[in-house]
Write a protein that binds this ligand. Structure first.
Ligand SMILES: [Zn+2]
Length: 410
Protein backbone atom coordinates (compact mmCIF):
# COMPACT_ATOMS: atom_id res chain seq x y z
CA UNK A 1 0.00 0.00 0.00
CA UNK A 2 1.33 3.38 -1.00
CA UNK A 3 0.93 6.07 1.63
CA UNK A 4 1.76 8.99 -0.61
CA UNK A 5 2.26 9.67 -4.28
CA UNK A 6 6.06 9.58 -4.12
CA UNK A 7 6.27 5.93 -5.06
CA UNK A 8 8.94 4.43 -7.27
CA UNK A 9 7.75 3.41 -10.71
CA UNK A 10 10.41 0.76 -10.99
CA UNK A 11 10.35 -0.99 -7.65
CA UNK A 12 13.56 0.78 -6.64
CA UNK A 13 14.07 2.14 -3.09
CA UNK A 14 11.90 5.21 -2.51
CA UNK A 15 14.58 6.98 -0.53
CA UNK A 16 17.49 8.00 -2.71
CA UNK A 17 20.86 7.32 -1.12
CA UNK A 18 23.86 9.13 -2.54
CA UNK A 19 27.29 7.55 -2.41
CA UNK A 20 29.70 9.58 -0.31
CA UNK A 21 32.60 9.03 -2.68
CA UNK A 22 31.19 9.15 -6.19
CA UNK A 23 28.01 10.59 -7.72
CA UNK A 24 26.10 7.33 -7.96
CA UNK A 25 22.92 6.59 -6.09
CA UNK A 26 21.03 3.49 -5.05
CA UNK A 27 18.71 4.12 -8.03
CA UNK A 28 21.12 2.60 -10.50
CA UNK A 29 19.41 -0.68 -11.31
CA UNK A 30 21.27 -3.95 -11.28
CA UNK A 31 21.68 -5.81 -14.54
CA UNK A 32 18.87 -8.28 -14.83
CA UNK A 33 18.01 -10.94 -17.33
CA UNK A 34 15.53 -8.78 -19.15
CA UNK A 35 14.11 -11.65 -21.15
CA UNK A 36 12.36 -12.64 -17.95
CA UNK A 37 10.96 -9.20 -17.24
CA UNK A 38 8.14 -7.15 -18.60
CA UNK A 39 7.55 -3.43 -18.23
CA UNK A 40 6.59 -3.85 -14.58
CA UNK A 41 9.68 -5.78 -13.56
CA UNK A 42 11.00 -5.06 -10.07
CA UNK A 43 14.58 -3.95 -9.83
CA UNK A 44 17.39 -3.97 -7.32
CA UNK A 45 19.49 -0.83 -7.03
CA UNK A 46 23.21 -0.26 -6.62
CA UNK A 47 24.12 -1.49 -3.17
CA UNK A 48 25.15 1.09 -0.58
CA UNK A 49 27.35 -0.19 2.23
CA UNK A 50 26.87 0.90 5.83
CA UNK A 51 29.68 3.43 5.48
CA UNK A 52 27.60 5.29 2.86
CA UNK A 53 29.86 4.17 0.04
CA UNK A 54 28.52 2.31 -3.01
CA UNK A 55 29.51 -1.17 -4.17
CA UNK A 56 31.35 0.21 -7.21
CA UNK A 57 33.55 2.44 -5.03
CA UNK A 58 34.19 -0.48 -2.70
CA UNK A 59 35.29 -2.54 -5.66
CA UNK A 60 37.58 0.30 -6.79
CA UNK A 61 39.32 0.30 -3.40
CA UNK A 62 39.81 -3.43 -3.69
CA UNK A 63 41.13 -3.05 -7.19
CA UNK A 64 43.82 -0.75 -5.87
CA UNK A 65 44.73 -2.37 -2.61
CA UNK A 66 43.49 -5.91 -2.17
CA UNK A 67 43.39 -7.71 -5.48
CA UNK A 68 46.55 -9.62 -6.28
CA UNK A 69 46.87 -8.76 -9.96
CA UNK A 70 49.86 -11.00 -10.50
CA UNK A 71 47.82 -13.95 -9.29
CA UNK A 72 44.93 -12.95 -11.53
CA UNK A 73 47.23 -12.77 -14.52
CA UNK A 74 48.56 -16.24 -13.73
CA UNK A 75 44.98 -17.46 -13.74
CA UNK A 76 44.46 -15.85 -17.13
CA UNK A 77 47.56 -17.48 -18.59
CA UNK A 78 46.37 -20.87 -17.35
CA UNK A 79 42.91 -20.33 -18.80
CA UNK A 80 44.26 -19.24 -22.18
CA UNK A 81 46.70 -22.16 -22.30
CA UNK A 82 43.74 -24.45 -21.93
CA UNK A 83 41.77 -22.92 -24.82
CA UNK A 84 44.48 -21.84 -27.26
CA UNK A 85 44.33 -23.68 -30.60
CA UNK A 86 47.30 -24.22 -32.87
CA UNK A 87 45.54 -25.78 -35.84
CA UNK A 88 44.71 -22.46 -37.49
CA UNK A 89 41.16 -22.25 -36.19
CA UNK A 90 39.75 -19.55 -33.92
CA UNK A 91 39.94 -20.17 -30.19
CA UNK A 92 38.03 -17.22 -28.76
CA UNK A 93 35.33 -14.73 -29.70
CA UNK A 94 35.74 -11.08 -28.77
CA UNK A 95 32.44 -9.21 -29.14
CA UNK A 96 32.62 -5.50 -29.84
CA UNK A 97 31.74 -2.65 -32.12
CA UNK A 98 35.21 -1.14 -32.34
CA UNK A 99 35.08 0.81 -29.10
CA UNK A 100 38.16 1.15 -26.94
CA UNK A 101 37.44 -1.81 -24.65
CA UNK A 102 36.86 -4.47 -27.27
CA UNK A 103 39.83 -3.13 -29.22
CA UNK A 104 42.09 -3.45 -26.23
CA UNK A 105 40.75 -6.87 -25.19
CA UNK A 106 41.17 -8.41 -28.63
CA UNK A 107 44.59 -6.87 -29.12
CA UNK A 108 45.94 -8.10 -25.81
CA UNK A 109 44.57 -11.59 -26.37
CA UNK A 110 46.05 -11.86 -29.82
CA UNK A 111 49.31 -10.02 -29.59
CA UNK A 112 50.30 -10.49 -25.96
CA UNK A 113 48.97 -13.98 -25.33
CA UNK A 114 49.03 -15.52 -28.79
CA UNK A 115 45.32 -16.29 -28.97
CA UNK A 116 43.40 -16.46 -32.25
CA UNK A 117 40.34 -14.30 -31.73
CA UNK A 118 37.41 -13.95 -34.05
CA UNK A 119 35.91 -10.54 -33.38
CA UNK A 120 32.13 -10.32 -33.66
CA UNK A 121 30.09 -7.18 -34.12
CA UNK A 122 26.36 -6.83 -33.66
CA UNK A 123 25.85 -3.62 -35.56
CA UNK A 124 24.57 -0.56 -33.66
CA UNK A 125 21.15 0.75 -34.70
CA UNK A 126 22.65 3.87 -36.26
CA UNK A 127 26.43 3.82 -36.54
CA UNK A 128 27.97 7.24 -36.04
CA UNK A 129 30.59 8.30 -38.54
CA UNK A 130 33.27 8.07 -35.85
CA UNK A 131 31.98 4.68 -34.73
CA UNK A 132 32.15 3.20 -38.20
CA UNK A 133 35.61 4.58 -38.72
CA UNK A 134 36.79 3.10 -35.43
CA UNK A 135 35.22 -0.21 -36.34
CA UNK A 136 37.16 -0.30 -39.60
CA UNK A 137 40.36 0.82 -37.92
CA UNK A 138 39.99 -1.90 -35.30
CA UNK A 139 39.96 -4.54 -38.02
CA UNK A 140 42.34 -2.91 -40.50
CA UNK A 141 44.91 -1.32 -38.21
CA UNK A 142 44.49 -3.57 -35.17
CA UNK A 143 44.53 -6.61 -37.43
CA UNK A 144 41.63 -8.99 -36.78
CA UNK A 145 39.12 -11.19 -38.55
CA UNK A 146 35.61 -9.94 -37.93
CA UNK A 147 32.02 -10.89 -38.48
CA UNK A 148 29.83 -7.82 -38.78
CA UNK A 149 26.18 -8.69 -38.41
CA UNK A 150 23.37 -6.33 -39.22
CA UNK A 151 19.97 -7.44 -38.01
CA UNK A 152 16.84 -6.91 -40.14
CA UNK A 153 16.32 -3.15 -40.00
CA UNK A 154 12.55 -3.32 -40.27
CA UNK A 155 12.32 -5.55 -37.23
CA UNK A 156 14.98 -3.54 -35.36
CA UNK A 157 12.85 -0.40 -35.76
CA UNK A 158 9.73 -2.12 -34.48
CA UNK A 159 11.59 -3.40 -31.44
CA UNK A 160 13.25 -0.06 -30.68
CA UNK A 161 9.85 1.68 -30.82
CA UNK A 162 8.20 -0.91 -28.57
CA UNK A 163 11.10 -0.72 -26.11
CA UNK A 164 10.86 3.07 -26.10
CA UNK A 165 7.10 2.90 -25.49
CA UNK A 166 7.08 0.17 -22.86
CA UNK A 167 10.25 0.62 -20.88
CA UNK A 168 11.77 3.87 -22.20
CA UNK A 169 14.79 1.85 -23.26
CA UNK A 170 15.05 1.96 -27.06
CA UNK A 171 18.34 0.05 -27.03
CA UNK A 172 17.13 -2.87 -24.94
CA UNK A 173 16.50 -5.30 -27.82
CA UNK A 174 19.87 -4.33 -29.31
CA UNK A 175 21.48 -5.16 -25.95
CA UNK A 176 19.99 -8.65 -26.24
CA UNK A 177 21.65 -8.98 -29.59
CA UNK A 178 24.95 -7.87 -28.11
CA UNK A 179 24.73 -10.56 -25.48
CA UNK A 180 23.47 -13.53 -27.45
CA UNK A 181 24.78 -13.15 -30.98
CA UNK A 182 28.50 -13.60 -30.14
CA UNK A 183 27.65 -16.79 -28.22
CA UNK A 184 25.75 -18.14 -31.22
CA UNK A 185 28.77 -17.43 -33.42
CA UNK A 186 31.02 -19.16 -30.89
CA UNK A 187 28.80 -22.25 -31.07
CA UNK A 188 28.80 -22.17 -34.85
CA UNK A 189 32.59 -21.98 -35.06
CA UNK A 190 33.13 -24.48 -32.29
CA UNK A 191 34.77 -21.91 -30.05
CA UNK A 192 34.48 -22.41 -26.31
CA UNK A 193 35.76 -19.09 -25.05
CA UNK A 194 34.15 -15.65 -25.31
CA UNK A 195 36.03 -12.65 -23.95
CA UNK A 196 34.65 -9.20 -23.24
CA UNK A 197 36.88 -6.35 -22.10
CA UNK A 198 35.57 -4.08 -19.42
CA UNK A 199 34.43 -5.72 -16.18
CA UNK A 200 30.87 -5.08 -15.04
CA UNK A 201 32.10 -4.68 -11.47
CA UNK A 202 33.44 -1.27 -12.53
CA UNK A 203 29.89 0.00 -12.29
CA UNK A 204 28.78 -2.04 -9.31
CA UNK A 205 26.35 -3.81 -11.61
CA UNK A 206 26.61 -7.07 -9.80
CA UNK A 207 26.41 -8.22 -6.26
CA UNK A 208 29.64 -8.44 -4.31
CA UNK A 209 29.82 -12.23 -4.42
CA UNK A 210 29.80 -12.34 -8.20
CA UNK A 211 32.63 -9.82 -8.39
CA UNK A 212 34.86 -12.31 -6.56
CA UNK A 213 34.61 -14.76 -9.42
CA UNK A 214 35.45 -14.44 -13.09
CA UNK A 215 33.03 -15.13 -15.91
CA UNK A 216 29.37 -14.72 -16.68
CA UNK A 217 26.83 -17.33 -15.77
CA UNK A 218 24.70 -19.01 -18.39
CA UNK A 219 21.76 -16.81 -17.36
CA UNK A 220 23.58 -13.97 -19.10
CA UNK A 221 22.84 -15.34 -22.56
CA UNK A 222 20.75 -18.46 -22.31
CA UNK A 223 17.26 -19.36 -21.29
CA UNK A 224 15.52 -22.57 -20.39
CA UNK A 225 12.04 -21.39 -21.36
CA UNK A 226 10.53 -21.39 -24.81
CA UNK A 227 10.97 -18.02 -26.49
CA UNK A 228 7.18 -17.54 -26.55
CA UNK A 229 7.22 -17.29 -22.77
CA UNK A 230 9.85 -14.56 -22.64
CA UNK A 231 9.85 -10.78 -23.05
CA UNK A 232 11.50 -8.51 -25.56
CA UNK A 233 11.10 -4.73 -25.43
CA UNK A 234 9.05 -5.13 -22.25
CA UNK A 235 6.23 -7.18 -23.79
CA UNK A 236 5.66 -10.91 -24.04
CA UNK A 237 7.17 -12.29 -27.23
CA UNK A 238 3.94 -14.01 -28.33
CA UNK A 239 2.09 -10.68 -28.08
CA UNK A 240 4.84 -8.94 -30.00
CA UNK A 241 4.67 -11.59 -32.70
CA UNK A 242 0.95 -11.36 -33.20
CA UNK A 243 0.90 -7.55 -33.05
CA UNK A 244 3.38 -7.21 -35.92
CA UNK A 245 3.07 -10.62 -37.57
CA UNK A 246 6.67 -11.42 -36.74
CA UNK A 247 7.97 -14.93 -37.22
CA UNK A 248 10.30 -16.69 -34.82
CA UNK A 249 13.02 -16.14 -37.37
CA UNK A 250 12.42 -12.37 -37.33
CA UNK A 251 13.37 -12.43 -33.66
CA UNK A 252 16.28 -14.83 -33.99
CA UNK A 253 19.00 -12.17 -33.49
CA UNK A 254 17.46 -11.24 -30.13
CA UNK A 255 16.58 -14.68 -28.91
CA UNK A 256 18.56 -16.17 -26.06
CA UNK A 257 20.60 -19.27 -26.71
CA UNK A 258 18.54 -22.34 -26.01
CA UNK A 259 19.88 -24.23 -23.04
CA UNK A 260 19.65 -27.52 -24.94
CA UNK A 261 22.18 -26.26 -27.48
CA UNK A 262 24.89 -25.65 -24.94
CA UNK A 263 24.22 -28.08 -22.14
CA UNK A 264 26.93 -30.46 -23.35
CA UNK A 265 29.38 -27.70 -24.13
CA UNK A 266 31.51 -25.86 -21.66
CA UNK A 267 31.42 -22.37 -23.05
CA UNK A 268 33.26 -19.90 -20.88
CA UNK A 269 32.12 -16.27 -21.14
CA UNK A 270 34.51 -13.95 -19.41
CA UNK A 271 35.94 -10.47 -19.26
CA UNK A 272 39.57 -9.56 -19.46
CA UNK A 273 39.03 -6.82 -16.91
CA UNK A 274 38.68 -9.42 -14.19
CA UNK A 275 42.22 -10.65 -14.82
CA UNK A 276 43.95 -7.44 -15.83
CA UNK A 277 43.50 -4.13 -14.04
CA UNK A 278 41.11 -2.18 -16.26
CA UNK A 279 40.78 1.57 -16.49
CA UNK A 280 38.75 3.32 -19.23
CA UNK A 281 41.39 5.97 -19.74
CA UNK A 282 44.19 3.44 -20.22
CA UNK A 283 41.95 1.40 -22.51
CA UNK A 284 41.47 4.54 -24.58
CA UNK A 285 45.21 5.19 -24.90
CA UNK A 286 45.86 1.53 -25.67
CA UNK A 287 43.24 1.49 -28.43
CA UNK A 288 44.60 4.72 -29.94
CA UNK A 289 48.09 3.33 -30.04
CA UNK A 290 47.32 -0.17 -31.29
CA UNK A 291 44.02 -0.12 -33.15
CA UNK A 292 43.80 3.33 -34.72
CA UNK A 293 41.02 4.35 -32.35
CA UNK A 294 40.02 7.99 -32.58
CA UNK A 295 38.03 10.01 -30.06
CA UNK A 296 35.18 12.15 -31.31
CA UNK A 297 36.24 15.68 -32.11
CA UNK A 298 33.10 16.88 -30.35
CA UNK A 299 32.10 16.42 -26.73
CA UNK A 300 29.60 13.60 -26.25
CA UNK A 301 26.18 15.03 -25.40
CA UNK A 302 25.11 14.49 -21.81
CA UNK A 303 28.67 14.28 -20.56
CA UNK A 304 32.10 15.87 -20.86
CA UNK A 305 34.01 12.99 -22.48
CA UNK A 306 34.83 12.25 -26.10
CA UNK A 307 35.79 8.60 -26.28
CA UNK A 308 33.27 6.37 -24.47
CA UNK A 309 30.23 4.85 -26.14
CA UNK A 310 30.49 6.87 -29.34
CA UNK A 311 29.50 4.16 -31.86
CA UNK A 312 25.74 4.44 -31.90
CA UNK A 313 23.77 7.63 -32.43
CA UNK A 314 21.24 6.16 -30.02
CA UNK A 315 23.71 6.05 -27.11
CA UNK A 316 23.01 9.66 -26.17
CA UNK A 317 19.26 9.02 -26.09
CA UNK A 318 19.82 5.85 -24.11
CA UNK A 319 21.59 7.78 -21.32
CA UNK A 320 19.00 10.54 -21.42
CA UNK A 321 16.26 7.94 -20.87
CA UNK A 322 18.30 6.51 -18.01
CA UNK A 323 18.44 10.00 -16.48
CA UNK A 324 14.68 10.34 -16.76
CA UNK A 325 13.95 6.95 -15.23
CA UNK A 326 16.58 6.79 -12.52
CA UNK A 327 17.88 10.34 -12.10
CA UNK A 328 21.30 9.12 -13.22
CA UNK A 329 22.68 10.52 -16.46
CA UNK A 330 25.84 10.02 -18.39
CA UNK A 331 27.96 12.61 -16.60
CA UNK A 332 27.30 10.81 -13.33
CA UNK A 333 28.47 7.53 -14.85
CA UNK A 334 31.62 8.99 -16.35
CA UNK A 335 32.56 11.26 -13.47
CA UNK A 336 31.92 8.54 -10.88
CA UNK A 337 34.16 6.16 -12.69
CA UNK A 338 36.86 8.79 -12.97
CA UNK A 339 36.65 9.46 -9.24
CA UNK A 340 37.12 5.76 -8.60
CA UNK A 341 40.10 5.58 -10.89
CA UNK A 342 41.65 8.62 -9.24
CA UNK A 343 41.51 10.94 -12.24
CA UNK A 344 39.25 13.58 -10.68
CA UNK A 345 37.90 14.33 -7.19
CA UNK A 346 34.31 14.65 -6.09
CA UNK A 347 34.31 18.45 -6.28
CA UNK A 348 35.42 18.42 -9.89
CA UNK A 349 32.83 15.75 -10.61
CA UNK A 350 30.10 17.95 -9.16
CA UNK A 351 31.20 20.87 -11.31
CA UNK A 352 31.02 18.65 -14.39
CA UNK A 353 27.62 17.32 -13.39
CA UNK A 354 26.36 20.86 -12.88
CA UNK A 355 27.29 21.63 -16.44
CA UNK A 356 26.32 18.48 -18.33
CA UNK A 357 24.19 16.06 -16.29
CA UNK A 358 20.82 15.49 -17.95
CA UNK A 359 21.73 17.49 -21.05
CA UNK A 360 19.22 16.80 -23.80
CA UNK A 361 20.70 14.96 -26.81
CA UNK A 362 19.76 17.26 -29.65
CA UNK A 363 22.49 16.34 -32.17
CA UNK A 364 20.62 13.31 -33.50
CA UNK A 365 17.15 14.10 -32.15
CA UNK A 366 15.52 14.34 -35.58
CA UNK A 367 17.02 10.98 -36.50
CA UNK A 368 15.58 9.38 -33.36
CA UNK A 369 12.12 10.69 -34.18
CA UNK A 370 12.36 9.46 -37.72
CA UNK A 371 13.77 6.05 -36.72
CA UNK A 372 11.05 5.53 -34.11
CA UNK A 373 8.47 7.07 -36.42
CA UNK A 374 7.07 9.40 -33.77
CA UNK A 375 6.40 13.11 -33.39
CA UNK A 376 8.17 15.44 -30.99
CA UNK A 377 4.99 15.74 -28.94
CA UNK A 378 4.69 11.98 -28.67
CA UNK A 379 8.34 11.80 -27.59
CA UNK A 380 7.90 14.27 -24.72
CA UNK A 381 4.65 12.70 -23.53
CA UNK A 382 6.43 9.38 -23.28
CA UNK A 383 9.40 10.89 -21.49
CA UNK A 384 7.16 12.49 -18.87
CA UNK A 385 5.26 9.26 -18.29
CA UNK A 386 8.49 7.66 -17.13
CA UNK A 387 9.46 10.30 -14.57
CA UNK A 388 9.05 8.36 -11.38
CA UNK A 389 7.17 10.43 -8.74
CA UNK A 390 9.68 9.55 -6.04
CA UNK A 391 12.35 11.36 -8.07
CA UNK A 392 10.67 14.11 -10.08
CA UNK A 393 8.40 17.03 -9.18
CA UNK A 394 7.01 19.67 -11.44
CA UNK A 395 7.96 23.06 -9.99
CA UNK A 396 6.84 26.24 -11.74
CA UNK A 397 6.52 24.37 -14.99
CA UNK A 398 9.95 22.74 -14.71
CA UNK A 399 10.82 19.19 -13.79
CA UNK A 400 13.22 18.92 -10.86
CA UNK A 401 14.86 16.00 -9.09
CA UNK A 402 13.72 16.58 -5.53
CA UNK A 403 16.06 14.07 -3.92
CA UNK A 404 19.13 15.46 -5.66
CA UNK A 405 22.27 16.35 -3.65
CA UNK A 406 22.25 20.00 -2.57
CA UNK A 407 25.08 21.10 -4.87
CA UNK A 408 23.23 19.86 -7.93
CA UNK A 409 19.77 21.18 -7.16
CA UNK A 410 18.80 23.60 -9.85
ZN1 LIG B 1 30.35 5.31 -5.13
Amino acid sequence: MKKDNKFSLYGLPEKVEHCKKCLMTNQKPFSVNEMEHGAQGKKLGLFMHNDGVCAACHYAQKKDKEIDWKDRENKLVKLLDKYRKNDGSYDCVVPGSGGKDSAMASHILKYRYGMNPLTVTFSPLLYTEEGLKNMNNWIDIGGFDNILFKANGKVAKILAKEAFDNILHPLQPFKFGLKVFPIKIAIKFNIDLVFYGEPRSEYGSEDAKKVEKPGFGEEFYSIKKDIGETYIAGIPVNKLQSKYKLSKNDLEPYTAVNHEMIKDKKIVVDNLGWYIKWDPQSAYYYAVENCGFEADTRRTEGTYGKYSGIDDKFDALHYFCHYIKFGIGRTRFDASQEIRNGHIDREEAILLAKKFEGEFPKRYFKEYLSYLNITEKYFWNKIDQFRSPHLWTLQNGEWVLHQEIEELKK
